[in-house]
Ligand binder design. Sequence first.
Ligand code: GLN
Length: 467
Amino acid sequence: MTITTLRRQLLAGETTPAAILGKLAGEISARDGQTGAYLSHNLESALAEAANADLSLPLGGIPIAIKDNINVLGQPCTCGSKFLENFISPYDATVIRKLRAAGAIPFGRMNQDEFAMGSSTENSALQTTRNPHDPARIPGGSSGGSAAAVADLTAIAALGSDTGGSIRQPASHCGVVGLKPSYGRVSRYGLVAFASSLDQIGPLAQSVEDAALILQAIAGGDPLDSTCLDAPVPDYLSGLNDGVKGLKLGIPKEYFGEGIDPGVRKNVEAAIQKLAAQGAEIVEISLPHTEHAVATYYVIAPAEASSNLSRFDGIRYGHRAANPADILDLYKKSREEGFGPEVKRRIILGTYVLSSGYYDAYYSRAQKVRTLIRRDFENAFQQVDAILSPVAPSPARKIGGFSDDPLHEYLSDIFTLAANLAGIPGISIPCGRTDFDGGKNLPVGLQILAPHLGEAKLLQIAKAAEA
Ligand code: GLN
């Protein structure tokens, strides 16, 4: 059920967009009761769009599932939050407009951690999503619904968002491909903001080629997002099969230290060996500021979140508390009732690091360390074409595992956060299975990182690794 295969079948007249949607609806009723990836879906309006699908377009007739923090006109956009449980989008995000222009059909609203804060999808206030490889386990997060559906074959491909790993980490845990584009490559207009200097939208798919097809459709400048770059969008498909012969691939020594599950290490190292066998030159490199990435991210992201989420005041959007004493009471009660515990924790953290007296010690210092982290990558990319690492230190853990230990959960983001801080693209591709913590055959992801706007080469290397 890859996009590539379905497109061939559509063009050969062997299937129709309506038949594909009907098949998906059947798979969803068969399995999603257990997996819980979908918060809702729009079969009726999707079928109406399917009837007019233009098959000559690159994604003509292909349904794409959408994370529930990306606005689609007339559909819910809950962000996994009670606050927005009854919110209906008044407009299409730019990525949705672009997907439609490429012929795709937005279909389904995918569960996520509330406001994309988390790495397990357990922070959704609305429902539990389970890993299709083992229902006792998390799918990862925050784009857990998007990843689980693609793995469960209840979606062909999906959009997610990645602020610190939220596309790559669930892709890794669910055994699918997940691509976080460079900062500025894809418009954020219509993505509900978490941390605006880090957020990017990207695809989760069953193959590298499918991810490339979706990126091709959604990349490019946007006058509605001033941080979105006008840089020309290269052809992501033409060089996809060029292989890795002669390319230099860097292995950061800081990413292979203690704390990695042995099964993850073994599979990632095996993937590196296979790329070497295909002719890549493997080079050890250093990213010396790696150990500060978690602290830096967990200052900057909550700071931006505390500012972004101030718009949820009970007046303009979403939940409004009943019978407030006055306007201040309305703000307080609406936020108290509408936000879950992790979102409150981030708002409090962010408010603290931005407050006078602490701003210099935390926020502005974190910005300086962010620059050092970015320079680590700039230096590394003087020597190598791309960097290889694990996506997460261990495979998917059990549901409920770390619910009372947020710091431990934050530390598990160690390998993915730096790409967002540096603004560079990263992809997770499946690289084998391992037994972990009583679970059998759990997927492991290989992360590939490339220089800013280096998506073409990134996808080319990913394609070789996938093969
Ligand atoms: N796990 C990280 C966090 O909780 C990243 C989330 C994301 O990328 N949206 O902030």
